[in-house]
Design a protein. Structure first.
Length: 256
């Protein structure tokens, strides 16, 4: 407990030092305010954003637009990625068929598909969600299949000897044993989905945090650019904390 408190204190201390340096260099005039606004300017910008909104939309409209796209795409990626990952990991013929395709597409950054998605599906909500879901799908499949293949053969034999039927093996033995890898894939997919939604909104959107950053940069509203980045970072931290809580609940037995 004492060590954890020490680490927490160090984290807060680091944040405090960075904030003090930020206030010092901006209020002393060592940095052009156009490049780096002061904390006072950022505070006023945040108050204006959350009370008056931006571009005829409220602050919560922009935030919830990005969150909705992220979770919708992420949910689709998980729903379709889990069974495909189980199939690839458990059945060698499926792995032989789909493995090369996944290996070819996986290294391609999801952002590279943005022009094609816009070309085929336009600039509505569906192409953004499709892009996020596809990116999440790859990582869920990759980690799930790896988790299935890493299950000990001795564990499978023991389950069969104890009377587990072959058709029950996947859900009663293999999937629970592969769950740590599955959660790693979900955590990675969550972080990536949040990054992808911002990138997609930078290209074609009329709302969202990515749209806020791009529109503010176009009209040289630098404080709003920084504000959008800060909000993205805060929500990213919240998503990470949420997935950690989920992981601890599902894998409460780990390390025991």
């Amino acid at each position: 407990m004492g060590l954890r408190r020490t680490h927490t204190s160090l984290s807060w201390l680091t944040g405090g030092v960075l904030f003090a340096l930020w206030a010092l260099v901006t209020n002393r005039g060592w940095v052009d305010p156009v490049i780096l606004p002061s904390p006072q300017v950022m505070y006023a910008t945040a108050v204006s954003f959350f009370t008056e909104g931006y571009s005829d939309n409220s602050a919560w409209h922009h935030i919830m637009a990005s969150v909705f796209r992220t979770f919708t795409g992420l949910a689709g990626g998980i729903i379709f990625g889990l069974p495909v990952g189980l199939l690839i990991g458990y059945y060698r013929p499926v792995n032989a068929i789909l493995g090369p395709i996944f290996s070819f597409i996986r290294p391609v950054p999801p952002i590279a598909f943005i022009p094609l998605v816009i070309l085929y599906f336009g600039i509505g909500e569906f192409p953004k969600i499709l892009l996020i879901g596809t990116a999440a799908f790859w990582y869920v499949v990759l980690n799930t299949s790896h988790g299935v293949r890493s299950v000990s053969i001795d564990l499978i034999r023991a389950a069969l000897n104890l009377g587990v039927r072959p058709h029950q093996l996947v859900f009663r033995v293999i999937f629970p044993a592969a769950l740590p890898h599955v959660m790693t894939g979900i955590k990675t997919a969550t972080a990536l989905s949040w990054a992808i939604v911002v990138a997609a909104e930078l290209v074609a959107a009329q709302s969202g945090l990515g749209y806020l950053i791009m529109d503010a940069a176009t009209f040289f509203r630098v404080p709003h650019v920084y504000l959008g980045i800060i909000i993205i970072g805060v929500i990213g931290l919240a998503l990470e904390a949420l997935t950690n809580v989920l992981e601890n609940r599902l894998l409460h037995w780990r390390g025991r």
